[in-house]
Design a protein around this ligand. Structure first.
Ligand code: NAD
Length: 262
């Protein structure tokens, strides 16, 4: 399915903070492995004790000792993450934002029933947190940098049961474009990757996720689901000098599903 990737040390000496590894199936984990393979130093965050237990050994397996708590809904915790990175590294080159959340009851039934609080929570954690993290990262990106977030096709077209998360992803993609304009003069690039459906913890919260996956397998030009390794390699490309002219983009890694009309 994939050609074996050779190590080129494209990110040697780069410092990357990764928000959103929950376990070895997380998209953020695919990204962490790709960045590590090319020589980046990594730091990780977690939310809650259960995820900490999974993230620590994963971080260690990539030689990282920096594992910091961070609830993306808390400005205070986001500030604390970057203060700690300032003390340890002095600078940051890459931020991976692979975080999203909506209450389970908002991801079934009709979008019409979305509560005000459910809407606020989904937009806060899944979109605003990118802005809050970027604001804290910028002073540490003295030589430029890269910010990458994870979106989904539900930002562009209506996907059954994706509901308020589609609205949050649309806001997230607009945040990417707007931040790219703010930060371009400082050579900080901001991009989103929009993967097709992948079986992860977050995906388990979406009703009928299996149906969505099966649909993609039968309709996408590549006739298959993409892997976290493929998303990781795209993040690696975006963080590398190979993508030096790309900012404000949303790149689909979906086997071509988004180009299909019927
Ligand atoms: P995942 O469950 O492995 O990762 C989601 C992460 O978000 C977890 O690590 C979780 O701890 C974190 N998170 C949730 N609430 C948080 C909070 N308040 N503070 C800090 N972290 C919090 O699932 P994933 O599929 O790897 O999701 C990563 C990203 O990829 C999400 O933005 C998701 O919407 C996006 N995405 C996923 C798919 C898919 O099919 N899996 C497709 C397209 C986009």
């Amino acid at each position: 399915m994939m050609t074996e990737s050779k190590k080129l040390n494209m990110l040697r000496g780069k410092k990357a903070i990764i928000f959103g590894v929950a376990n070895e199936r997380s998209i953020a984990w695919g990204i962490a492995q790709a960045l590590h393979r090319e020589g980046a130093d990594l730091a990780f965050t977690f939310v809650g004790d259960a995820i900490e237990k999974r993230v620590r050994p994963l971080a260690e397996s990539l030689g990282s000792k920096i594992v910091i708590p961070c609830d993306a809904a808390s400005d205070q915790q986001i500030v604390s993450v970057f203060n700690q990175l300032k003390n340890i590294w002095g600078e940051v080159d890459i931020v991976i934002h692979s975080v999203a959340y909506a209450n389970k009851e908002e991801l079934k039934g009709s979008f019409l029933q979305t509560s005000r609080e459910g809407f606020r929570l989904a937009l806060d954690i899944s979109a605003y947190s990118l802005v809050a993290m970027t604001r804290e990262a910028v002073p540490l990106m003295k030589k430029g940098g890269n910010i990458i977030t994870l979106s989904y096709f539900g930002a562009e077209k209506v996907i059954p049961h994706y509901n308020v998360m589609g609205v949050a992803k649309a806001a997230l993609e607009a945040c990417v474009r707007t931040l790219a304009v703010d930060l371009g003069p400082q050579n900080i690039r901001v991009n989103a990757i929009s993967p097709g459906p992948i079986k992860t913890l977050a995906a388990a919260g979406i009703s009928d996720f299996k149906v969505i996956g099966h649909h993609v397998e039968t309709k996408a030009p590549l006739r298959r689901i993409v892997t976290i390794e493929e998303v990781g390699n795209t993040a690696l490309f975006l963080c590398s000098s190979l993508a030096s002219g790309i900012t404000g983009e949303t790149i689909h890694v979906d086997g071509g599903y988004n180009i299909i009309g019927m």
